[in-house]
Design a protein around this ligand. Structure first.
Ligand code: F6P
Length: 548
């Protein structure tokens, strides 16, 4: 990475700025009109995914200039350093090796001179044995009953990944088991998750990389109290009802979980990149070890593609560059992810952490404030629901919001024929939205329909809203792995270009420290030094409402 020449001082940046000015208000209608081969040319395939990026405000020149920028920023070199296990997370001096989590058994990937692949597979094998025993009923609770409900307690990367993937792969899950995910420090979350459960048939998975996260440890402590009380005060029952997923054996033992029942991962796995590590244990129990490994193979397909595909056909590189283009030269502030799949309802929330915790940074890798936009606000919900809520703004608002439309050719196999028949209508909506966003509807077309003149502007659609359409035959475990890896590497590309450390998350620390400091003011009315007047007044109002 060049550390002296800054992004916006590069000739490649200046060339893009000039090109952007020349492009002006060129409309997608013109780009398509002038180029009949555009859709076919601007489609890339990776694994089972087909990505159509022809509805972007780019020409072949734009794409060439963006690739030049990537070359100038050393994206490929940083990528190779990541895959080799170099410590590219500079502020935490850590390797960034989520890709090792899905490496084949015979791969060699070294951190500090040690091959990490054998440990990865040893943990996967241990997870497999445990998942099989829970699924078969061989693993029993303290009273000898099989487990019926698995409750994952974790937050951030220790919740969003498994919760999202469980939802995404529901048709592949063991329907005889029930899975719940508790993350919020709000006691209501745990209450709702366990209120109807029988402790004798419940397994808690405490998922925390650090095992010091206050939300998780507090919820896990409450869950343990509930369990022990429900089992007549028998503390020894914990061993049969609690397992831990963590990098921190010391804290796991201190919490009272036998480290025999701990599934390990390592500091070179970032929390938001961890659901294919031991953090995915709940998912593995749900879908079974074989499906879990299919998912890992899906991740690997995109890892291999990212490492080896030429820049012109490299899907994560392309997606990353398109985001850089809109942020820098169209002032796009946000990016919408719009899955046309009920099963992907948690995918945008998962991507929020992946993208925003990675690239929500204001200083470069040398600590200098950046003079360019970094990560966008990522948001979205399943598409058809969004159509009846915020798509109005996408079509006729004043904001530039690039969007990803994600859909699948086949409905899931277990739908009844009449429900499966709804699938064409679902996908018709996806295709219609991509078309409407790109091409809009001109005033002439509106007038041609006999609309009164005063209504014409209101019923005109400017179009020119860029989208990527991502299609696959079906949402299988492998395809989910491919999708997640695609976004992981997209985020990587953008961080590399923006010259930021995508793998630390110092921005979450201040709030955690202040919450600890403020709590005694709420509970005891303690005089907390440094409380600003606004917060002090709010605390007083809170205490009054609580009758304190
Ligand atoms: O507060 C942010 C964060 O550190 C995330 O990066 C992480 O995924 C989450 O908290 C949970 O951390 P842990 O797995 O250590 O409990």
């Amino acid at each position: 990475m060049p550390d002296t020449v800054r992004l916006n001082e590069l000739p490649e940046w200046a060339a893009l700025a000039k090109h952007r000015a020349e492009l002006g208000g060129t409309h997608l209608r013109e780009l398509f009109g002038a180029d009949p081969g555009r859709a076919e040319r601007l489609t890339v395939r990776v694994g089972d995914l087909c990505l159509d990026y022809s509805k972007h405000l780019v020409t072949d020149d734009t794409l060439g200039l963006l690739r030049d920028l990537a070359a100038a920023r050393g994206v490929a070199e940083l990528r190779d350093a990541m895959f080799r296990g170099e410590k590219i997370n500079i502020t935490e001096r850590r390797a960034v090796l989520h890709t090792a989590l899905r490496a084949p058994r015979d791969a060699v990937i070294e951190v500090d001179g040690e091959n990490v692949v054998p440990e990865v597979h040893a943990v996967l094998d241990k997870m497999t044995r445990f998942a099989d025993s829970v699924r078969s009923g061989a693993w029993t609770g303290a009273t000898g009953k099989a487990i019926r409900t698995v409750v994952n307690i974790g937050i951030g990367g220790s919740d969003l990944g498994p919760a999202m993937a469980y939802e995404a792969l529901r048709p592949y899950t063991a329907r005889s088991l029930d899975f719940r995910f508790v993350s919020n420090i709000d006691g209501a979350d745990l209450h709702e998750a366990i209120r109807d459960l029988d402790p004798t048939e419940t397994l808690f998975i405490v998922a925390s990389k650090t095992f010091t996260t206050i939300e998780t440890i507090t919820n896990a402590t409450s869950a343990r109290e509930w369990l022990v009380a429900g089992l007549g005060g028998d503390e020894s029952a914990v061993a049969k009802h609690f397992v831990a997923l963590s990098t921190n054996a010391k804290e796991v033992a201190a919490f009272g979980i036998d480290t025999q029942n701990m599934f390990e991962f390592w500091d070179w796995v970032g929390g938001r990149y961890s659901y294919d590590s031991a953090i995915g244990l709940s998912l593995m129990i749900a879908i079974g070890p074989e499906r879990f490994r299919e998912m890992l193979a899906g991740f690997r397909t995109v890892d291999d593609h990212f490492r080896t595909a030429p820049p012109e056909a490299n899907a994560p590189l392309l997606l990353g560059l398109l985001g850089v283009w809109y942020g820098a030269f169209f002032d796009a502030q946000s990016h919408a992810v719009l899955p046309y799949s009920h099963y992907l309802s948690k995918f945008p929330a998962y991507l929020q952490q992946l993208d925003m915790e990675s690239n929500g940074k204001y200083v470069d890798r040398q600590g200098r404030p950046v003079a360019w936009q970094t990560g966008p606000v990522v948001w979205g919900t399943p598409g058809t629901n969004g159509q009846h809520a915020y798509y109005q703004l996408l079509h006729q608002g004043t904001k530039m919001i690039p969007a990803d439309l994600i859909g699948f050719a086949r409905p899931v196999a277990e739908l009844s024929p009449s429900l499966a028949a709804q699938h064409d209508l679902l996908m018709a909506n996806l295709f219609a939205q991509g078309q409407a966003l790109a091409f809009g509807k001109t005033a002439e077309e509106v007038r041609g329909e006999g609309v009164p003149e005063e209504q014409v502007p209101h019923r005109t659609f400017p179009g020119n809203h860029p989208t990527t359409t991502i299609l696959a035959a079906e949402l299988s475990p492998s395809v989910l792995g491919q999708l997640v890896a695609l976004y992981e590497h997209k985020v990587f590309v953008q961080g590399a270009i923006w010259d930021i450390d995508s793998f630390d998350q110092w921005g979450v620390e201040l709030g955690k420290v202040l919450a600890k400091r403020v709590e005694p003011a709420l509970t005891e009315g303690a005089d907390v030094p440094g409380l600003d007047p606004s917060t002090a007044t709010l605390v007083a109002t809170y205490r009054a409402a609580r009758g304190r």
